[in-house]
Design a protein around this ligand. Structure first.
Ligand code: AMP
Length: 466
């Protein structure tokens, strides 16, 4: 099958040729004709499947072929996305696919000044890619009105709900013209997503290109059981021993991100970070440096988990498992994109058994475990199964026989730990900055456990340990 056979116009076909897109991906083959016909779409598609072109190409064509030019402070196509990064990325896709067409595009998201976005909206834009909160801000200030919106796209709808945008989304739906085309893309389908789809879509065409909730099959995945306090040292050990020089590293908290980045830097790696507290320009710069290879290691919280398109990334390392099981699929989806193969390694401690069980239930497979000699977990990670069960209760750890001096170094619940606490005998040289992470460490000694998990435990199917 060719893009031409899907009915796309010459200028779009030329742009695809320039991008060296030879054949449509499955989601593109299914979505492009349907979107061109003006019908609503409910699509189960993960990132990395080519879904952006699946909606952007036919929408560009409809913008060129149909409807009057856009008026000031109006948009004709509205694409809602969960994160700023994804907004920028989708904008870039529209710009690339729509090169040479006389259309205006804008990405609008929070964390940056609203004024330039208001200025650009004055002339009106054909495609507005926005995060829900900023879109409503712009609407309240009359910078954008919705009466000319022909098509609404919800990209990564599951992620938007996970991030708590349900109220904002409802406010946007209420303000849009009833007569419109709506496209909903989601990697996973909870009851909440289905209910939303039922409310906002009209006789949608269902498109599914890979079983929802399944992890990309080309990714080699395994788990390394380890005690929480030894995670940083094991991470550094694995990186050095395996000569891992190019990786996206996920950590639960901002403090954990800064801590690991400092360790890597100290050990001579080129590294940058992305987390929610970093100003948007710095986040985009970090991503750009990672994409171009200027830095080889990017340490991030789940802000970076979804939607980011990074070519040829061989390795994803989860130093902490995500709280929401679906985020595991999104994290490891950063590798093995566009048909390549990849590796995803997760360091898992006993506390994370419920998250592990929920992830395994979601991806319908039990992840292989590989202990690293010298880092065997004292607190055994309970066995889990692909049905989401934790099979056995963990054995009570034996009381270690310790000398009086060592007792002084044991973590005391509720007490802020000293920088030297909780290190294993495999301790790498610890940078000063890393030894003083922002926030208070937990009593268990992990620098990554300073934030309480948000929301319910991943997937909710695994039983909590006693
Ligand atoms: P997406 O799932 O939309 O984030 O796209 C994933 C990656 O696949 C991006 O790098 C796209 O540029 C690339 N891509 C999308 N469609 C095609 C295609 N038909 N041929 C080759 N690469 C593609």
């Amino acid at each position: 099958m060719s893009f031409a056979s899907l009915g796309l116009l010459d200028p779009l076909l030329r742009n695809l040729q320039d991008l060296n897109y030879q054949t449509p991906t499955p989601v593109q083959a299914k979505a492009i004709p349907v979107v061109l016909s003006g019908k609503d779409v409910l699509a189960a598609a993960q990132t990395g499947t080519g879904k952006t072109a699946g909606f952007a190409l036919p929408l560009l064509q409809r913008l060129v072929q149909h409807g009057p030019a856009v008026s000031s402070n109006r948009a004709r196509v509205l694409v809602l996305v969960p994160t700023r990064e994804l907004a920028e990325q989708v904008l870039q896709s529209f710009i690339e696919y729509g090169k040479g067409l006389d259309l205006r595009f804008l990405a609008a998201y929070g964390g940056v000044s609203i004024n330039p976005q208001m200025m650009k909206l004055r002339k009106g834009v054909d495609v507005l890619v926005a995060t829900p909160g900023r879109l409503l801000d712009l609407n309240r200030q009359n910078a954008v009105q919705f009466d000319q919106v022909q098509t609404l796209v919800l990209d990564e709808a599951d992620r938007m709900l996970d991030l708590g945008f349900a109220r904002e989304l409802n406010a946007v739906f209420a303000a849009l013209p009833a007569e419109r085309q709506t496209l909903l893309f989601s990697a996973t389908f909870s009851d909440e997503i289905r209910a939303m789809a039922a409310r906002i879509l009209r006789s949608p065409v269902n498109i599914s290109v890979s079983p929802p909730n399944a992890a990309a099959s080309k990714i080699k995945q395994w788990v390394v059981p380890v005690d929480k306090r030894n995670k940083p040292d094991l991470f550094m050990h694995l990186v050095a021993a395996n000569h891992w020089e190019h990786a996206l590293v996920f950590v639960k908290t901002r403090n954990g991100v800064d801590y690991l980045a400092a360790m890597l830097e100290e050990a001579g790696y080129s590294v940058d970070t992305i987390h929610g507290d970093k100003p948007q320009p710095a986040r985009l710069r970090a991503l750009e440096r990672f994409k171009t290879g200027a830095v080889r290691m990017l340490v991030a919280t789940d802000v970076a988990a979804r939607g980011l398109d990074i070519d040829d990334l061989p390795l994803v390392i989860n130093v902490d498992l995500p709280i929401v099981a679906q985020d595991y699929v999104h994290r490891i989806g950063r590798t093995a994109r566009a048909g390549a193969s990849g590796v995803a390694v997760s360091l898992v401690c006993a506390d994370e058994a419920p998250q592990l069980a929920a992830i395994e239930a979601l991806i319908r497979q039990t992840l292989r475990r590989e202990e690293e000699p010298g880092f065997e977990a004292e607190h055994r990670v309970p066995e889990t199964s692909a049905t989401g069960e934790i099979i056995k209760k963990p054995k009570k750890p034996k009381k270690p026989k310790v000398s009086q001096a060592a007792v002084g170094a044991m973590p005391v619940p509720g007490k802020t730990r000293s920088p030297q606490d909780g290190k294993s005998k495999h301790k790498p040289a610890m940078p000063r900055a890393a030894a003083e992470p922002k926030g208070t460490r937990s009593a268990s000694g992990s620098p990554f456990s300073v934030q309480k998990p948000r929301g319910k435990p991943a997937g909710g199917r695994g039983k909590r340990q006693p």
